[in-house]
Structure formats: C-alpha cells, structure tokens
Design a protein around this ligand. Structure first.
Ligand code: MG
Ligand code: MG
Length: 272
C-alpha cells in the first residue's frame, strides 16, 4: 500500500534527504583520481553518525556499506573497495540515511578528470531526464507520465538505454515503499499521483544497450555490454502545481565546481 505523508513527515524526510546530500557534497569535495571508494565510504559514514543518524543502506538485505559506489560500467549497488579511481572515470555514488525514523535517498554521478565529451553527454542527458521526470510529479498525473518523460528523452531523443530491472520507489519509514517508479512507461498509465506522495525518482541510463547483469560479488549491477552507465536520484514530494524536491543537488554541485579534479555536469535545456 502507498503511505501518503503528513506535512510533518515530509519535513522529517527532507531533513534525512538534506543529510544525504551533505554526505554526497562531502564526497564531492574528496573524490578524485587516487582516492578509493572505501575511503569515501568511511568519510560519509562518519558524517552521518556525527549527526546521530544511521546509514540507510548498511545492513539493508546485508549490504555492507554506507555508500553504493558504482564506477564506469557499474550501474548501481557497487560495494566500496580499496581500488583507487583513475583519471577519466565516472563514479555514481548513492547514499541513504535513516534519521528520526525516516529515510532519505539521493544519488549523483561524478566525472573525474579527463572524461570525453561522449560520456559527459550521457551524464548531462541522465541528469536532465531526472528533472523531466520530476516535472511530471504533480497531482492528477500518473506514474506512467514520469517514466514516459524520462524514456522519451533518453531513448528516443538520445538513443541511450534506460535500465528496466531497477526502478525508483516510495520513501518514508522504509527505504523502499510502494509504489515502484519505473524510468520508462506510457503516458496516462499507472497509479494516479496525489499530493504528499513521497517518491525517489532515479533514472539509470546506459551508454549502450539497456540490459544489465549482476557482477560476481552478488551486488553490483553492471551493463551487459560493459559500456558506461549514469545514475542521478532525487527524493520528491508530489505537489499540486509542482513537485517539492526534498534532496538538494545544488549543495553537491557547489563542491563539484570547487574540486579542480571534477568536471561539472550541468543539466541540458531539454528543449534543445
Ligand atoms: Mg538511492
Ligand atoms: Mg533509491
């Protein structure tokens, strides 16, 4: 069942989402070639625990870490490792927290050093598609309108692959609640959106084909054709005229711009 939130609950989810983005902004200030995912994970966990909050993913179905760190061909659910990032890597970092009984969830893909224009375009298109999905998250629309907007832009306009096996989700007292929020779909289909429905919208986009496989570690999802993949995620509350974005990528982007070893990923004007 779908839990519609009260205003008070939405504020608690917002606080959790802002803490997630504080952790991701800290990651943005530290990530660079030569740094490992394990180091970033320790830093993020310490920041979250300093706020007397808990990492939302650690222990979730046995996941061992605070961050999902998914470089290059890894789409999502990568386990932080000792392996150092290299110049030209793209690295998706997903973070969740549980604070005062409510979860927050957000993700961002970083471009380290000399990332080619082809891959930068994948990142910009994926980031832009997230906002096109959010634009549809208004009361009276349906879930299919969100998925359609993302898929239309990513697949038909830009010929990348939208991952089907993994989807967005409701967020609240649980990390994953109903409804599922696919990044593909048909206009006017699916559950009707209502005010105070809180959902994570999270397009996962492959440079090549849409198919994914599981890596041997049992967690990491990678593209089947081993081409790179991107992932951006906001938690939002459905509104009457526009969605309320509870997570905050602007604070992450400030740190991206400050970090000389990162390229910034500006969303495109989707009209272009
Ligand atoms: Mg997430
Ligand atoms: Mg999520």
């Amino acid at each position: 069942m779908i839990f519609y939130k009260t205003e008070e609950e939405i504020e608690l989810i917002r606080q959790s989402c802002l803490l997630v983005c504080k952790a991701l902004a800290h990651v943005a200030s530290l990530i660079r070639p030569g740094v490992s995912g394990l180091y970033l994970d320790k830093e993020a966990e310490a920041l979250i625990r300093d706020h007397h909050a808990s990492p939302g993913f650690k222990g979730y179905r046995g996941f061992p870490a605070t961050l999902c760190i998914s470089p290059n061909e890894a789409v999502v659910h990568g386990i932080p490792s000792k392996k150092e990032f290299r110049d030209g890597d793209i690295v998706s970092v997903d973070c969740g927290v549980q604070w005062n009984g409510y979860f927050g969830d957000s993700a961002y893909t970083f471009a380290l050093g000399h990332v080619g224009e082809e891959v930068m375009s994948l990142l910009r298109v994926t980031n832009t598609s997230l906002y096109l999905g959010i634009d549809q998250a208004i009361a009276g629309n349906r879930l299919g309108d969100i998925g359609f907007a993302i898929q239309e832009y990513v697949e038909r306009r830009h010929h990348y692959g939208v991952v089907r096996e993994l989807v967005g989700h409701g967020v609240g007292r649980n990390l994953h609640e109903e409804p599922e929020v696919p990044n593909y779909g048909k206009r006017g289909r699916g559950v009707k959106l209502q005010e105070r429905m809180v959902i994570a919208i999270e397009p996962m986009v492959n440079m090549g084909r849409k198919e994914v496989i599981h890596a041997e570690d049992g967690w990491t999802v990678i593209s089947k054709d081993h081409k790179v993949a991107a992932h951006y995620e906001h938690t939002i509350s459905v509104g009457r005229e526009r969605a309320d974005i509870l997570s905050d990528h602007a604070s992450i982007e400030v740190e991206v711009k400050r970090n000389p070893e990162l390229q910034s990923v500006e969303a495109f004007d989707p009209a272009l």
